[in-house]
Design a protein. Structure first.
Length: 275
């Protein structure tokens, strides 16, 4: 091993210490080079005091790397940005405001869990910081095996904002597995689902329940009658005219909750030519 140092006398000295040991107890004012090949080893058994200043490095040759894997480690991409790379490719970029995965993130297994454990949070946001032309699509697409399934989109307004927010289903829309009402329940629980079958027993339904909790306005439910089921729309939490709706096996009724009542928005009568 060779040790080169520039000391007080401003003289470059080179001592060949192969097979030997050197102990240094001094403050260097110039450059110190230890070793001349990757295979040379420097072992430090004491604490390092003060900042350890390294070169910027690159993805291919990170400043902090490993003797057995020299293109994997940590490097400085640009001012105030720290990058982690593997195999000569940048994988993660961190600055004062955010962490950014390069070029994409693959979740091997498990879930992505957010630290927040209560309240309403925004899981994903696509800021429109530029000013694309009015009407340009701004969207995020969810895909399986590169096949689009769901698109969340809006139109740019030309000034850095958006309008016309919408959700587009690129595949088939499946509400949920069918749920069956409890037999003879006059106020069936419709929480957490949208598609229901009634029982075959003759029952008059006066309202819908949400597991004893406060319902959210905007829920739509579709109910397929499997027997002689009456919906009380004249004196209950269901609204649909001045005459109660009497259904038979196969009839389909759709309801919308407006925050106060369940409004009948459509009916399909099997015995009346599906009208």
């Amino acid at each position: 091993m060779k040790v080169k140092y520039d000391k007080v006398l401003d003289v470059l000295r080179e001592d060949d210490l192969d097979g030997g040991t050197i102990a240094v107890d001094a403050i260097f004012t110039g450059d110190v080079t230890i070793g001349d090949a990757v295979g040379d080893t420097l072992t430090i058994v004491s604490n390092i005091v003060g900042p350890l200043l390294l070169g910027d490095g690159t993805a291919a040759t990170p400043s902090y790397a490993f003797t057995s894997d020299t293109n994997t480690g940590i490097f400085r991409l640009t001012a105030d940005e720290l990058s982690f790379g593997a195999g000569g490719t940048e994988g993660l970029r961190i600055d004062a405001n955010e962490s950014e995965v390069q070029p994409m993130m693959t979740l091997a297994t498990g879930l992505i869990e957010l630290e927040e454990d209560s309240g309403a949070i925004t899981v994903m946001n696509m800021p429109v910081s530029d000013t694309p032309s009015d009407g340009d699509e701004e969207s995020m697409t969810f895909a399986i095996d590169s096949n689009a399934v769901l698109k969340v989109k809006a139109s740019a307004d030309g000034t850095g904002g958006i309008y016309g927010e919408s959700v587009k289903v690129e595949g088939g829309l499946v509400l949920n597995d069918v749920n069956t009402f409890v037999d003879e329940d006059a106020t069936p629980d419709v929480s957490g689902a949208s598609y229901f079958n009634t029982n075959t027993t003759t029952t008059t339904i006066t309202d819908f329940d949400w597991g004893g909790k406060t319902m959210s306005a905007g829920q739509i439910i579709t109910v397929v009658s499997k027997g002689a089921i009456t919906f009380d729309v004249t004196s209950s939490g269901i609204k649909g005219g001045t005459t109660d709706i009497v259904t038979a096996d196969g009839d389909l009724t759709t309801f919308l909750y407006d925050g106060t009542d369940w409004i009948v928005i459509s009916r399909m009568d099997m015995s009346d030519d599906l009208n």
